[in-house]
Design a protein around this ligand. Sequence first.
Ligand code: FES
Length: 336
Amino acid sequence: MSFKVQFHDNDSFFMVEEGEPILEAALRQGHNLPYGCRNGACGSCKAKIIAGEYIYPLGNPDGISDLEKKQKFALLCQANAESDLIIKARSINTTADIELRQLPCRVNTCEKLSHDVIKLLLELPKTERLQFLAGQYIDIILRDGKRRSFSLANPPHEDQLLELHIRHYDGGLFSEYAFNELKEKTVLRIEGPLGQFTLYKSERPIIMIAGGTGFAPIKSLVEYALKNNDKRNINIYWGVRKEQDLYLNKLVKDWSDRYTHINYIPVLSEIESINGWSGKTGFVHEAVLQDYKDLSEYDVYACGPPPMIKAISESFPDRGLVMEQFFSDSFEFAIN
Ligand code: FES
């Protein structure tokens, strides 16, 4: 059996299954409601129940007072619907709506994705979750207070573990540490979520451009769009030096095989590596320019090194790209 949960101030609603926490159902269906711990402790998911019945199957949570209960507030992460509901809840529409937090985390998995990229899965304490929007990044705070920024590669609806893609750079302080010393269970400190690079609503088709590990936030954006049944055409250009650098090539190919609205165009820039390669070559932004004579009706999302972002912002407007339709995340690389 399922119940309808209606927002009191607009037409939108979502369905919640019997026995499913209301917050879980909302997030699953693309409604960005606020949350923190997701276990009844922090109170961030508090919402007013205007009409309808609910229960707390795990008992009364600590994050809500008796007075708040009397005032008809409920913690959506712990409450299950017992009937159709009308709720008054704050929604997270922009990055500014999310609280910036510092949290400890533990390395859950450290897995090599290619010769020079590892996937790091970070686990937060059981009582904490990090709310973020697809495409945002976090800082890892090193012992000396220095920071390294990494985009979150997982989409927000899969927030049990935070996924980072880390490329190895010779002499890079954190990347050397990550490749050579970081082990499962190592404790790190993070701050986030950060950044404005996230998916914006529009009716236009999308071009997504990733340079190297700039694929990480693109993965988050695409998985978020798929989860939300976003039917805009998404054309993914992934630029790397050699074929072996396409460290999640199969995943992106699977998206394009499975979904007719997703296209995948990998682009190799190192000429000597193209033997046997029938795909595109050269700089990734040039590959886009070869394919599109008029960009005025597209939204462009790009994440990669500064020269790639600069090349796009210098050349795409000549093809009609409106700068308000260009969203970018440029990652600087710091050795020390
Ligand atoms: S998210 Fe913390 S109490 Fe619900």
